[in-house]
Each structure stands twice: as structure tokens, then as C-alpha cells.
Design a binder for this molecule. Structure first.
Ligand SMILES: Nc1ncnc2c1ncn2[C@@H]1O[C@H](COP(=O)(O)OP(=O)(O)O)[C@@H](O)[C@H]1O
Ligand SMILES: NC(=O)OP(=O)(O)O
Length: 311
């Protein structure tokens, strides 16, 4: 029997918003991933890094300000650090959980680079929130340090950085080889380390790629059966937060386009998820994109909940 291939994109609540939360959240997440492996799915895990890469970037900048011997750590290296430590924690927790269930499988986290277009308009219009939520006073202080600040979906102020669209996954062949070897693979963390091609060489770009778009690209390239975007809501809603709010179990491709046109999904939160889900579902027949709550992943894949867009 063909094993169904699933790309699982983990959002903030799967990882927590600081280190302490992360260690607890990752254990819960490992159970959920292990459930899917036990169910027989071939699993690739991707994850966000917005809070973590902001934390790393702030720490690195503070280090440079306080100790002159340290020099600036560029944003792509901060993304690499976030992939490394989040990947390590996921890898060790998932491995331990599989071990407890006597499932003998390797779990590998891969530092992944993702090419972006140097002409992408996003470089001129930073829009990706990173780091912690700031008060208005803290936001004004950051603005004085030349950081760009935006209000984040009614939840406070955050630093924003450029977020170009992913174009090509440099380590795609390695991800495929690991998956074909039966491993659980963690890849494209934080949307991947953004890189641009210059005279045949690749070099880091100062940006943070949206993990939902990188996950959709990975799912397409691996010809996955499902893209599962796990977040803090069980379903996607129209008229979200209003009296006439309606939770959706399904959207056709046409409906998804129409709701996006109507502005039903908040930019920087639900909009990229629906756009990424749509991109994957529209890329071929038999491709399904599911958006649901972290602990409903298995139920969602079994068709019991979540919002699904069918290709
Ligand atoms: N139309 C909508 N339907 C459901 N949730 C929405 C909608 N618009 C905005 N949201 C918000 O988007 C959030 C998910 O985005 P976000 O927190 O950025 O995701 P992540 O889990 O990747 O960190 C939900 O928890 C919800 O508060
Ligand atoms: N890189 C990224 O999309 O991270 P978040 O999901 O944490 O915003």
C-alpha cells in the first residue's frame, strides 16, 4: 500500500514563544507527530521561527553593543541558528517519543537554504513580524534603532522584516533521499535560510521567509498528498471575530480566491496560511491542504475536523 506523504507545518503554539514554553510545547508536539507516524504517514515537519529568530537577533545585537570584539551576526545566520536549535529539540523529542512506542525510525533535522528572488518587492516592503510583542513605547525605541515596526493583527507591535517568496529549496534532493530512506525529516525551518544566487554562488539574504509558503513549495516539490498547517484555531472562519463569524469545514479553490479578495483573512496571520494552502491544493489533483489546531492533526487527516481545500 502506498504510504501517504504529509508535510506538517508547525505554528507558534506548537513551539511556544520563549525557551521555557518551547521545551514543554515541543514535547506535546512530538506526541502529535508520533501519532501520525504510527498511523502510517510519511512525515516531513516544517516549523515557524518568528518569535525565536527575533529573540536571537536581539541577543546578537545586544552582544555586539555591549562587547566591541563581537561583530554583527547577519539575519540569514540568525535564521540558521533558529533552525538549528528548534530542529534539535524537535528531533530529540520526536525520536524519544517514537522510541517509547517501539517505532524504530531515524529523525533528522536538516539545515535548509531556500532561494529567493533578489528583485522580490518584499525587500522594499518589510511585512513579516518577528520577535516578541512590544508596547507602543518599546516600539518607538526600536524605530529609533532603524527597525521597521508594525501593528500585528490587533495583538500589539512587532519588528517586521522582509519576507520574499520562496523560489527553490536548495537541499530538496537531500530531503527526498532522507524521506525515501524512511526517516522522519525536519526541514525548511523558519521558512528556510533565505539565499540569493549571484554568479553561480549562493549567499544569505536579510529576510525571513514565511514558513507556510516554504511548506507549500516543499509539499509541491515532494508531490505530497497533504499539506497540514497547524495553528491556534481548529478551523478557518469568515467574518472572523464578528457576530456573523462562520467556521468553514471546506473551501473550494474558487471560494478561497473569493474570500481572499473580500479580505476575510488577516495579513501576517491567517492570510498566508490560506494562500499557501490554496497554492498547494491548486497545484494538482489529489492534493489536499488542511488548516487546523495542533492537537487535531490526526483527526483532521482522518477527515473529522479542520478546514480543507481539495485539489
Ligand atoms: N479568518 C480567520 N479565521 C481563523 N483565524 C484567523 C482568521 N484571521 C485571523 N486569524 C487568526 O490567525 C491566527 C493564526 O495565525 P498566527 O498566530 O500568525 O499563526 P502561527 O500558528 O503560524 O503562529 C489564529 O490563531 C487567529 O487568531
Ligand atoms: N518563518 C515563519 O513563518 O515563522 P512564524 O510562523 O513563526 O511566523
Amino acid at each position: 500500500m502506498k504510504k501517504e506523504k504529509v508535510i506538517i507545518a508547525l505554528g507558534g503554539n506548537a513551539l511556544g514563544y520563549n525557551y521555557e514554553e518551547q521545551t514543554k510545547a515541543v514535547e506535546r508536539t512530538a506526541h502529535i507527530i508520533a501519532d501520525l507516524v504510527e498511523e502510517g504517514f510519511q512525515v516531513v515537519v516544517t516549523h515557524g521561527n518568528g518569535p525565536q529568530v527575533g529573540m536571537i537577533h536581539t541577543a546578537m545585537s545586544d552582544l555586539e553593543s555591549n562587547y566591541p570584539m563581537y561583530s554583527t551576526v547577519p539575519m540569514p545566520s540568525c535564521v540558521g541558528m533558529s533552525q538549528g536549535y528548534i530542529g534539535y529539540e524537535l528531533q530529540s523529542s520526536i525520536r524519544a517519543e517514537l522510541g517509547r512506542r517501539h517505532i524504530c525510525k531515524n529523525v533528522t533535522s536538516l539545515v535548509t537554504q531556500v532561494k529567493v528572488d533578489p528583485e522580490d518587492e518584499a525587500f522594499k516592503n518589510p511585512s513579516k513580524p518577528i520577535g516578541r510583542f512590544l508596547t507602543k513605547d518599546e516600539a518607538m525605541l526600536e524605530e529609533r534603532k532603524n527597525q521597521k515596526i508594525m501593528e500585528d493583527a490587533g495583538r500589539g507591535y512587532r519588528v517586521v522584516v522582509a519576507s520574499p517568496k520562496p523560489v527553490e529549496i536548495v537541499e530538496l534532493g537531500t530531503i527526498r533521499a532522507l524521506l525515501d530512506a524512511g526517516e522522519v525529516v525536519i526541514a525548511c525551518g523558519g521558512g528556510g535560510i533565505p539565499v540569493i544566487e549571484n554568479d553561480g554562488r549562493i549567499e544569505g539574504a536579510s529576510a525571513v521567509i514565511d514558513k507556510d509558503f516554504a511548506s507549500a513549495l516543499l509539499a509541491k516539490e515532494l508531490e505530497a498528498d497533504y499539506l497540514v498547517i497547524l495553528t491556534a484555531v481548529e478551523k478557518v472562519a469568515i467574518n472572523f471575530g464578528k457576530k456573523n463569524q462562520k467556521w468553514l469545514s471546506e473551501m473550494t479553490i474558487e471560494e478561497a480566491h473569493e474570500y481572499i479578495r473580500q479580505g476575510q483573512f488577516a495579513p501576517g496571520s491567517m492570510l498566508p496560511k490560506v494562500e499557501a494552502a490554496l497554492q498547494f491544493a491548486a497545484s494538482g489533483q489529489g492534493r489536499h491542504a488542511l488548516i487546523t489546531l495542533l492537537n487535531k492533526a490526526k483527526d483532521g487527516l482522518l477527515g473529522k475536523t479542520g478546514t480543507v481545500i481539495h485539489g
